[in-house]
Structure formats: structure tokens, C-alpha cells
Ligand binder design. Structure first.
Ligand code: NIG
Ligand code: FE
Length: 424
């Protein structure tokens, strides 16, 4: 298939973009692309490719922006229930950590998740996946973390594998058994840490070998935070995971600065995520590492807080910056990367071009998939978007509505066009 006559084809070519180089869109005016067998086989100008591929079936991009699909590298996609009651409490003056310390927060979702069947979990997660896809996310990372016991954590992975099979978008998996201290270990966080290192991780390795032998091992992540896992416990979990061959991620500096970002850089983690109260030492360590700094601007927004990831400092230190939704029931129930971009432009000081690179090629690198997705280059997977606008700067400028018109995933075209109202 030849997709032609885009106003701007954003290629994002050339690999992940470090520091101040962030924002190179690689624009081809009046660009076109040829897809065969789910892969990109040619990228160029419309006139060139029309001549080179005269017999190819065509899709007219109609003067719209053509760009890579969004990659969402941080979501807590699978859970049961909701926490609208806590939102009301927060808006009434309590903080997220007050609610967590009182046994609410993550633990209330853990209770709902533990008592849900696989069918219920899939039924509640499926619409989130479809909303993501309709808003242009073609690959999303998905974490477990609302089970906090081996049986439920593995059930969550099983449900995610099944959802990946049935969904148009691709999922990339993360084991977050170390998301919170479960009620059974309330006064013994070290005991739960050892449960994760000595029991859960070895079982996960074996389980993955039988349930998903052809897929790469999932990431292992830990919530390094006050009232969750301290720096030493995070180190124990990630070191053990690394020794078993799992790639690593960490939640660092969401509320307290415990040194998780330095740890991530030291251990060669794929990403360190949140990074709100990040110190200059953490920023310097990330700048010298291959660990992607993943900012989640929907989270401070969701919590009505004023502090966001210090993007400019990270870029000055030469770090690789990506954006994600953090989609979860507690701090950020949002499926749209377009909204993350709108916030990152306003509160992190990114330009639309920087935010687009942070949600495509750099986001792909945060899940270590930048060799196959995140840009429109020959040989890559045919995952792309046709937007309903002709200038990429409309992305981020406009928000709260969906600018995606068509999603092309693995070379298949899906329409997201606005319907018409009709009287019955
Ligand atoms: O990324 N920080 C920990 N995890 C989520 C919140 C999870 C929840 O509140 O349910 C986050 O913000
Ligand atoms: Fe998170």
C-alpha cells in the first residue's frame, strides 16, 4: 500500500534523541510511504514514490500529518474497580500519601483486583486499550502491580497476554510485584522484599518460559518511595531481577527523593520514571547513562500538584527524555498521549516537536523497542497515524479532543473518524 499526499510526513529518523537534540522530526513535505507485509519499504516524496510504485494500492492522506504511532512506555493498565471516592477526598484536601498510609490508595485497588476473575479484569481493561488505540497509541507498556501476591500477579500477566493477542495495539509487559507493601506484610516490608526476590522473581522466570516462551522477558519495576520500597530494598529487587536476566525499570522521585534514578543508571535500567523531585546528582547520572528519563505529566496534573519533571535540566544534562500517560486508577486515569503532550508543553516547557519525539522514538527506547518502532524508516513496523490536521504544531496546541483520524497498525488501516449525529 502507498500512503501519499501527507502535508508533513514526520519520520523521526535517526534513533533516540539525546539532550538538546530532542525534537528532530525529519519532516518530508508532501511525504509518502510504502508498506508491504506489515513493514515500511519506502519513505519519500509523493511524486517520487508514485513513480516508483505505480501499481501499488493507495491511501490518500489528504493533506494531513502522517507520523509514527505513539508509544506509551508507562501504564498500570490492568486493574479492577475505580477510586472516584478517593478523588473526591483528595479534592477535599487529603494527599495521595495520606490516603496510602490510611490503607487506601494502591491497596484499595489491590483488594478489588484480587477478588476479580480473569474475565472481569479483561472486560474492565479492554475499553482502556481501545481508548488508547483510538487516541493513537500503537504500542503500550503494561504493568502488573495490583496483585502483590504471586497468584494474582501471574493472573494479571496471563490476562495481559490474552489482551495483547486480541487487541490491535501491541503490549509490552512489566512485572511490578513491588508496587506496594501488601496488607499481609504491613509491618514487615523487608519480609515482602524477600518474598519478591526469593519467591516471586524465580517463579516469574519459570512461568514466563512456559506461558510466553517466544516473547522477550518482561521488565521488572519497583516503586522506590516512602511507604513503599526504600533504596536498599529497591536495589535488592532490581539486582536479583537483573541477575535472572530481566530488563529493569524503576519508579523514582514521584514524591520523595530516595536516589532511585542514580540506582537505575548504575544498574543499566531501561528507564527511570516520574522524576519530579529529582536532584541534580540524579539528573547528572541519567545524562551520562542509557537509562531513559520517562516523565509522566498527567500524574501531577491528576493529583492537582504544581511540580512537574524538570525537563529542561534533564535535556541540558544530555538525558534522553520520553513521555507516558501512567494510566492508573489512583493518580492518572488517562489513556491519551495527546493529553500528555499538551501538559508537557505547558508545564515542562517542551515544544510540540520535542514532545512528539518524546512520545515516539524516545518512548520506544524506554521500552527498548526503538529498533522496530517509534519512527517511519525502511524496515520498521508499519505503525503510524494520519492526523486530522496539516501542521504538527497543532499537536499539543489543541487538547481535550482527539486529532487522530486513522491508525495504521502492522499495515492495517483503522478509522477513528468522528461520527455524525442523526435523529432516531
Ligand atoms: O505511577 N506510583 C505508583 N504507582 C502509580 C499509582 C498507582 C495507584 O495509585 O494506584 C503511579 O502514580
Ligand atoms: Fe506508575
Amino acid at each position: 500500500m502507498l500512503i501519499h499526499s501527507s502535508s508533513q510526513l514526520l519520520t523521526l529518523q535517526g534513533g533516540p534523541q539525546r539532550g538538546k537534540t530532542l525534537g528532530m522530526l525529519g519532516i518530508i513535505e508532501n511525504g509518502a510511504i510504502v508498506i508491504r507485509d506489515e513493514k515500511i519499504v519506502a519513505v519519500g516524496r509523493t511524486d517520487e514514490l508514485r513513480n516508483a510504485y505505480p501499481d501499488e494500492p493507495t491511501l490518500n492522506a489528504g493533506g494531513c500529518v502522517l507520523m509514527p504511532g505513539f508509544v506509551d512506555p508507562h501504564t498500570h493498565l490492568i486493574w479492577a474497580g475505580d477510586r472516584a471516592n478517593e478523588f473526591e477526598m483528595k479534592m477535599g484536601g487529603l494527599t495521595y500519601l495520606d490516603i496510602l498510609a490510611a490503607g487506601g490508595g494502591i491497596i484499595s485497588t489491590v483488594k478489588a483486583t484480587r477478588s476479580a476473575s480473569m474475565e472481569t479484569l479483561m472486560a474492565q481493561t479492554r475499553p482502556r486499550i481501545l481508548r488508547m488505540f483510538a487516541h493513537g497509541t500503537t504500542t503500550a507498556e503494561a504493568k502488573t502491580g495490583y496483585g502483590l501476591q504471586t497468584s494474582t500477579e501471574l493472573l494479571l500477566l496471563k490476562a495481559l497476554l490474552a489482551l495483547d493477542d486480541e487487541s490491535p495495539l501491541d503490549l509490552v509487559f512489566t512485572f511490578l510485584g513491588a508496587h506496594a507493601i501488601p496488607p499481609e506484610f504491613k509491618d514487615n516490608p523487608q519480609g515482602y522484599t524477600e518474598e519478591v526476590t526469593d519467591t516471586m522473581l524465580p517463579m516469574l522466570k519459570e512461568w514466563w518460559g512456559t506461558h510466553a516462551p517466544r516473547l522477550p522477558l518482561p521488565f521488572v519495576d519497583v516503586f522506590c518511595e516512602t511507604n513503599a520500597f526504600d533504596l536498599e530494598q529497591s536495589r535488592q529487587i532490581l539486582t536479583k531481577a537483573g541477575s535472572l536476566g530481566f530488563p529493569l525499570k524503576i519508579h523514582a522521585d514521584e514524591f520523595a527523593n530516595l536516589g532511585g534514578a542514580v540506582l537505575a543508571a548504575e544498574l543499566g535500567a531501561a528507564s527511570a520514571d516520574h522524576l519530579v523531585v529529582t536532584s541534580d546528582a540524579d539528573i547528572a547520572a541519567l545524562g551520562k547513562s542509557d537509562t531513559v528519563a520517562v516523565a509522566l505529566p498527567c500524574t501531577p496534573f491528576g493529583l492537582a500538584e504544581r511540580h512537574y519533571t524538570p525537563a529542561k535540566k534533564l535535556l541540558e544534562a544530555n538525558a534522553m527524555l520520553a513521555l507516558a500517560t501512567d494510566c492508573n486508577p489512583g493518580t492518572s486515569w488517562n489513556e491519551s498521549m495527546q493529553f500528555a503532550i499538551a501538559l508537557a508543553c505547558r508545564y515542562m516547557g517542551l515544544t510540540p516537536a520535542q514532545a512528539i519525539a518524546a512520545t515516539t522514538i524516545n518512548a520506544a527506547h524506554a521500552i527498548r523497542r526503538s529498533d522496530t518502532i517509534g519512527s517511519l524508516e525502511v524496515g520498521k513496523q508499519a505503525d503510524m497515524l494520519i492526523l486530522s490536521v496539516s501542521d504538527y504544531r497543532q499537536v499539543g496546541y489543541r487538547y481535550g479532543t482527539n486529532l487522530v483520524k486513522q491508525v495504521i497498525k502492522h499495515g492495517r488501516v483503522y478509522s477513528v473518524e468522528m461520527g455524525y449525529y442523526r435523529t432516531a
